[in-house]
Ligand binder design. Structure first.
Ligand code: BG6
Length: 440
């Protein structure tokens, strides 16, 4: 299919760091070819060569790259290069202009052939998300709007679905009869890194939990989809989001945060949060779910822990000290799945020890390239495959569920950089760090 790809905000950071290199990779792999057209557009006046020179792309790819200043005349400019059956427009723009830009694009003549790709944040809260969605759908059909959540494109996240639904052994135990609790952990060692203005009005719940981590949870807990179609998967994610309830939360701030450049010295924005949730359906009733996310930690790591119920105090567990089984999904930086089991220590005694079974991407697929999230997402947008994109309903529902948490403006508790705050939402967290070296 002859495709044009337009990047609005082409001289911005996202375009330079992520989008153009991702398109260059797709070109190198043959997913886009010389019949395609790449148009960068922005407010800055740039020549085609200046635009091409802004990123380090291969020469033949540069030859299909062009620059057009502003949105006015953009459709005519694209048409002057031929007829395109699909036009993918990536809005690498501040979210506040998404609505007005969609209007301008529609007025320019972009119609049914258009796919509009937008980045998070999709709104600031429930009301603004509804407003944004209605502004976008006033100009383009919902089927043309692709909301990116780059966590969905992570290989280990997609593998959670395969793990759950392509293996017979997990589905029968994937419920409250066997699972005692679920924990989602997401630590970053960096702070706000030049995004002070954005982060201080956002906080970790808006930035990471309400979107990325809730999407992970939805994939982990949703009912089996009726097919692998985007609609079917999104339908099941939507259902589970609807049944989600926030039970409790604790907010923390790193001690260094208020003195960061660009941060309000009295800011109450949370840089770390721990949230307890439940899912009110037959499968998950009674299973506590905890999510915690934080910047300024001592490591970067996203993991999900599924704790199985303890055995009754009989047989090998007479003393009740046999560890429960666990499944740990290591999402990043090293991808893998670990299962904690009990096993006999060789010898005459009946001694039992904990042992792990592991599947590590590096061991099994060591030589193969794990595609970078934007490469995958752009290719899906070009192919109009919405599976890894978030629907309007999903985004609105997750804002709605977190309304109380994001409106909590009370002073957070403080913690030292690199230290996991002593958790007042007292639960026993899995020591995810102890799985650190596995799969690395
Ligand atoms: C972004 C957040 O969506 O995800 C950032 O805005 C965060 O604050 C980033 O650092 C984390 O992404 P990843 O893929 O590095 O875990």
């Amino acid at each position: 299919m002859k495709t044009a790809i337009i990047i609005l905000g082409a001289s911005g950071d996202l375009a330079k760091r992520k989008l153009i290199p991702a398109l260059d990779r797709l070109f190198a792999r043959g997913n886009i070819d010389t019949t395609s057209l790449i148009v960068g557009s922005g407010r800055t006046p740039l020549s085609h060569d200046e635009f091409r020179g802004e990123s380090d792309c291969c020469k033949p790819f540069q030859e299909i790259m062009f620059y057009h200043q502003g949105i006015s005349g953009l459709k005519t400019y694209v048409d002057s290069h031929g007829e395109f059956e699909r036009i993918v427009i990536f809005m690498a723009l501040p979210p506040k202009v998404y609505g007005s830009t969609a209007k301008e694009l529609h007025a320019e003549g972009f119609g049914d052939e258009t796919i509009l790709v937008v980045e998070k944040p999709f709104g600031y809260d429930f009301e603004s998300a509804v407003k944004l969605n209605s502004e976008l759908t006033a100009e383009f059909d919902e089927s043309q709007i692709f909301r990116i959540d780059h966590y969905l494109a992570k290989e280990a996240v997609q593998n959670m679905l395969v793990f759950r639904f392509a293996n017979t052994i997990f589905e029968p135990v994937w419920n409250s009869h066997y699972i005692e609790s679920i924990q989602v952990n997401c630590f970053e060692d960096l702070g706000v890194e030049g995004r002070a203005q954005y982060f201080d009005t956002s906080g970790i719940v808006r930035d990471m939990v309400q979107n990325h981590l809730i999407q992970l949870l939805a994939l982990l807990t949703m009912e089996p989809p009726t097919s692998l179609s985007a609609d079917s998967i999104r339908h099941q994610k939507r259902n589970v989001l609807e049944q989600l309830e926030v039970v409790d939360w604790c907010r923390y701030q790193c001690e260094e945060y208020r003195s960061e450049k660009g941060i309000d010295p009295q800011s109450n924005t949370e840089t770390f949060a721990s949230i307890e949730l439940k899912i009110n359906n037959l499968r998950w009733a009674g299973v506590p779910i905890h999510i915690r996310a934080g910047k300024y930690m001592n490591r970067k790591g996203t993991e999900i822990g599924v704790k199985f119920r303890k055995l009754p105090s009989i047989l090998f567990n007479q003393n009740g000290d046999l560890a429960e089984n666990r499944i740990i999904f290591k999402i990043q930086p090293a991808e893998g799945i670990i299962i904690d089991l009990s096993s006999k220590v060789p010898g005459a005694d009946q001694k039992i020890t904990g042992t792990t079974m592991k599947f590590c991407y590096s061991d099994h697929f060591g030589g193969s390239e794990i595609p970078e999230a934007y490469t995958k997402l752009l290719l899906d947008a070009i192919r109009a495959d919405k599976t890894l994109f978030v629907s309007a309903e999903e985004s609105e529902l997750s804002w709605q569920k977190f309304s109380e948490v994001i409106n909590d403006k009370s002073e957070p508790k403080f913690h030292k950089r690199g230290e996991v705050p002593a958790d007042s939402c007292s639960i026993e967290w899995i020591d995810f760090e102890s799985y650190g070296s596995i799969c690395e």
